[in-house]
Design a protein around this ligand. Sequence first.
Ligand code: CMC
Length: 381
Amino acid sequence: MSDDIRKGLVGVVADQTAISKVNPETNSLLYRGYPVQELAATQPFEAVAYLLWNGELPTPEQAATQAAEGRRYRALAPEVKAAIDQLPLDGHPMDEVRTAVSVIGSLDLAGETSVLEAVGTVEQNKARSLRLFAALPAIVAYGQRRRRGLDAVPPREDLGYSANFLWMTFGEEAPDVVVDAFNRSMILYAEHSFNASTFTARVITSTLSDLYSAVVGAIGALKGPLHGGANEAVLHIFDEIGTAENVVPWLDQALAEKRKIMGFGHRVYKRGDSRVPTMKAALDTLIEYYDRPDVAALYDTLEAQFVARKGIYPNLDYPSGPAYNLLGFDTLTFTPLFVASRVTGWTAHILEQQASNALIRPLSAYNGVAERHIDGYVADT
Ligand code: CMC
């Protein structure tokens, strides 16, 4: 392969961004200049969404305006519910979320029949971003409830984003310790520079397509187990292993079969993921709250064994998978939770791409058969 080809775009700097800075040397991640662990410890997720879109944390007035606007979209729209209800109950909830976003886009863009109008203004796209951000919890929550044979729970006006998300999923008010752990996970998942799904959103945006199409494409990219699907895959691994005593024989066999161990490794961080310590602390709080030392033992043993053998460290999905399990989410709901969070980063990047657009269109090196011709073909003269 030619030296010019960077398969997987490894090491390629594709554009500039002012939204987040990933520094693998110092294991740090900044959103608009703020270390993510400081945001996770001090902010509600909705303030971080505002920060990603606008560059600054909101004033109390700005936060109140955003909250009032978002509340218009918190309930599950009947058209969206009807579309979800058409889908098979044994399908993957990521397909529901992808479909629901597509339906919201069709409703919002009704009347804009020309592709030339699709891209929208900055203000329109900020409003669309907020609409998706506000609407996704009801979609994810209903997906889980529908699989359990339960109806949708209407949103609560008096609750913030994270508390309301848990309310709509479980139909009961979560204690502060649980809301805090969930809120931290939402903040940690929100943004991570040019990861595969965000880059997908930017590629779609670069053609001057609309924000909803870009988010639908990003959801498709996130579903894969090498990206967002890994948080679900971690729980499948935990289920396979069972208890801490089984880790060594399980890992011996998995490595002999050259399996990838989900929740470990990262394209950018090679010495540990900057988000893991914050999420691990949230997981520890939940382990204590729910009194589940068995989860801690399995988590710690697998991490210690895998790091010792391969020198590959956990990524964010490793602590967040078991945390979501303890919170009561079904395993299949984990990646949709990632969507509900990352939609903030995606839409911030869509706004940034629109603000200084260049069509994203790389080249390829052809390695197929040499030029050949159809027998008997005579060119028109
Ligand atoms: N388990 C076993 N071996 C691994 C793992 C793993 N989790 N991760 C990397 N390796 C090995 C890999 O087999 C390869 O070995 P060799 O050189 O002998 O062929 C070497 O490490 C390099 O791996 P790679 O896949 O070429 O490296 P990459 O930078 O392309 O991959 C990754 C990054 C995330 C795709 C990979 O580490 C992986 O597949 N991890 C498991 C899936 C996962 O947890 N994904 C979530 C990523 S973080 C959250 C997100 O952004 O969505």
